[in-house]
Structure formats: C-alpha cells, structure tokens
Write a protein that binds this ligand. Structure first.
Ligand SMILES: Cc1ncc(COP(=O)(O)O)c(C=O)c1O
Length: 395
C-alpha cells in the first residue's frame, strides 16, 4: 500500500459526535476502542488533497466564492470516467450536503399531505424529510431473503399509482443494506415512476464506493426520459472522507425541475454556493486522488472478508448481508432473539462495540447492527474478538 490506512486520529476534541458518544456510554473508554458507527472514515485523508489545500491557503483570499469552470469540468469528467455518464456542467446545483438536498426537493416538488415513497428500511433522515415537512410517508418494504434485499415491484407499482404519491426518494446504492440496484431494476422503477408522474430523487452519495466485481448505474444515465424526471445527488464526502467540507453536487438535467429546486432553496435562504475549501477539495479529489480511493476500497473489501470469515467460523448465528457497496456492513442478530434495546446495551456497554443500531433505519431494522468498516484492519480484528467474548453465553 502506498497510502497510510493504519493511523488513527482520535476525534473526541474535534467535535465528532460518534467519538463523544462512546465517552458518554463509558467515560473510561480505552485508546484501543474506536467507533464503528456514523458514516465517515477512520482513515487519514488522501495526502494529495491535504497538500493541495495547504498550498491553496498560502496563495488565496477566503472571500465569497462560487464554482469555477475547472471545478465543474472536473466533476463531470469524474462522472464520465468512473460511471460512464455524460453529465452537463450546467445541470449542477451545489448544496452543503445531500440531506439538505432531499429536504429541499421534498419542499420543491410536493405539497403538504402528498405521498413520498421510500424503500425501507432506509437512511433515517429520509423519514424526517417527509414527516417534518408534513408530507405522507409511503413505504414499500424491501423483501429480505436472509442474505440480501429485493424490491417488491408489485407493491411499489401499487403505491406509485396512488394519485397522492408525488415523489420517490431512492438510496442508490442502498443504505443500510449496501445493495446496488441493478440496471434492470432501475429501469423498472424508473418506468413505474414515469407512468405515474412520480419524480425520482436518487441519492447516490455512496456511488463511488463499489466493491470489486460490482457495477453501479447512475439512474439518469439510463435514458433522457429518466434524466428529465430525476434529481441525482452526488458528493465527494463519503468517497474521500470529506463530509466536514460540506460540498455536494446535485445534478438536475431538466430546466424546469432545476428552476423549482433553486427557487425553493432561495425561499429557505439556503445558498447554491458552498465553501471555497469544499470546492477546492472536491476538485483535487476528482483530479488527483483516484489511486487513494482504489486503495481505500481494497482495505474495506479486506475488512469485509475478515469479518465474513470470522463470523462464518465462530458466530454463524449472525447473518451478514452481502456488502456490494458502501463501507457499511448490515448484520442480522435476530437469531439471538434479544430485544433490540438489549442488543444495543450488550454491544455498547458489555462489548464496547459502537455500531449504528438497526432500529434507527425503521422498524424492519430491529435486531440488526450496521458496522462501519472504513477503519484500520487491526481495529476490525479486535472488534471481532470483543464480539465473540460478548456473545459467548449465546453461542
Ligand atoms: C444515503 C445517504 N445520504 C446522505 C448522507 C449524508 O449526506 P450529507 O452529509 O451530504 O448531508 C448519508 C450519510 O451517511 C447517506 O448514507
């Protein structure tokens, strides 16, 4: 490995909630414990990005700044090179994050009382974007087969056909079950949405974190019709561990949808401009940090294989959902028949295992845990040993 994926920076004093959460549970937590929760990486940033930012700060003025032509070209060139998608620079609207983007889309494209479709269980702020804006949650539960999740197309079509359903927010690849929606599945979903005038918000924040052997399809790349009926949410934040930079690139190919989106942003006094350092970090990442990303994915895939091997041999009661994308391993603990709150207590208090609790992703997530594997391998191995010790009496 050319890059350092072993050094940990404890972030208790850097405002990281997930690190502080551990201290709240156990004030005496040792230096050998790191959090396995919230989706940012416990990896140092790519040196290409850090060195460039240092150099940039030596030669810039931190005034109001928007995007440059070079920035937009770098973003579109990344989409073409990595995902074979011909995106036009004029489609990009920037927001400080993707949660902001789908909250804004709910307000821009629906009215209070309208239905918004979700494939559940799913990333929890999507529920909030619906309930806090007084829209109606329309759930199409995914079908769980013990190893992976599938879409119930019949149910989805029925729910989309309800005239009050106006919007579908999709997580693609899907968080938390890490499923990559195949091109044929996206085609079916997109067709149903077009037939029923349902706009698609495709949250593709994890679209660069694709495990070896898998392929991700950008929803809007499938056809012009799909592109004109969708908003594609992308960012360098998960890919390059830049969440604190608050930069996302929202692609809205249709001029009318784009105009409505921007109008809604401005009525919320939100800006289409982001942070000057965020732009710079994003551009540098897309232009120069691809090798770092390749190595990061290799470390995540190695961590996944180590967990799968250990669990298969030592704790077969735990079912692991195939990790196709993201660095978030979805694990089914239901065979232990524990109440989901007891599961949380057992892991955090007895095991010092700070996963994300499955129940936060919806009721179907009860009994599941989500393990963030973007961390040095030695912490994964230590985590597995603690897991085995914690569940000794149940094995
Ligand atoms: C599916 C999904 N969307 C959005 C986000 C967060 O996006 P942002 O930090 O840009 O608001 C996350 C973070 O975990 C995520 O998993």
């Amino acid at each position: 490995m050319k890059y350092d994926f072993e050094t940990i920076v404890p972030r208790y004093h850097l405002g990281s909630n997930k690190w502080m959460e551990m201290k709240k549970v156990n004030p005496d937590i040792g230096p050998d414990i790191i959090p396995f929760s919230v989706a940012d990486m416990e990896f140092l940033n790519a040196p290409e990005i850090i060195d460039d930012l240092k150099n940039f700060l030596d030669h810039t003025v931190l005034g109001y700044s928007g995007t440059t032509e070079e920035f937009r070209a770098a973003v579109c060139s990344w989409m073409k090179r990595k995902r074979n998608w011909n995106a036009d620079p004029s489609w990009i609207v920037n927001t400080s994050g993707i949660v902001t983007a789908f909250f804004n889309a709910v307000k821009a494209y629906t009215e209070p009382g309208d239905g918004v479709l979700l494939l559940t269980p799913v990333y929890y702020p999507m529920y909030k974007a619906i309930s806090l804006n007084k829209r109606k949650l329309v759930e199409s539960p995914l079908i769980y087969n013990g190893r992976q999740y599938d879409i119930d197309f019949e149910d989805f079509a029925k729910k989309a056909a309800d005239p009050s359903t106006k919007l579908f927010i999709m997580s693609s690849p899907h968080n938390p079950c890490s499923r990559i929606w195949r091109k044929e599945e996206l085609e079916k979903l997109g067709k149903i949405c077009l037939e029923n005038n349902v706009i698609v918000i495709s949250d593709e924040i994890h679209f660069d974190l694709i495990m070896p052997g898998y392929e991700h399809t950008v929803f809007a790349s499938i056809s012009d019709e799909f592109a004109r009926n969708s908003v594609i949410c992308t960012a360098p934040s998960k890919t390059f561990n830049l969440a604190g930079m608050q930069i996302s690139n929202i692609f809205i190919p249709d001029a009318d949808l784009r105009e409505r989106y921007i109008r809604e942003l401005s009525t919320s006094t939100l800006s289409v401009q982001c942070n000057i350092l965020g732009y710079r970090a994003c551009q540098t990442a897309y232009e120069r940090a691809e090798n770092w990303l390749d190595e990061a994915i290799a470390v995540i895939a190695r961590n996944r294989d180590i967990v799968a091997d250990f669990i298969g041999k030592e704790m077969p009661q735990i079912k692991l959902i195939d990790l196709e994308a993201t660095y978030l391993l979805w694990m089914d603990f239901n065979a232990f028949e524990l109440d989901y709150k007891e599961l949380e207590r057992l892991n955090k208090v007895e095991g010092s295992l700070f996963f994300d609790e499955g129940y936060i992703f919806g009721e179907a997530g009860r009994g599941f845990e989500r393990w963030n594997l973007a961390c040095p391998t030695k912490y994964v191995i230590e985590g597995l040993e603690r897991l085995k010790k914690t569940y000794k009496k149940y094995l």
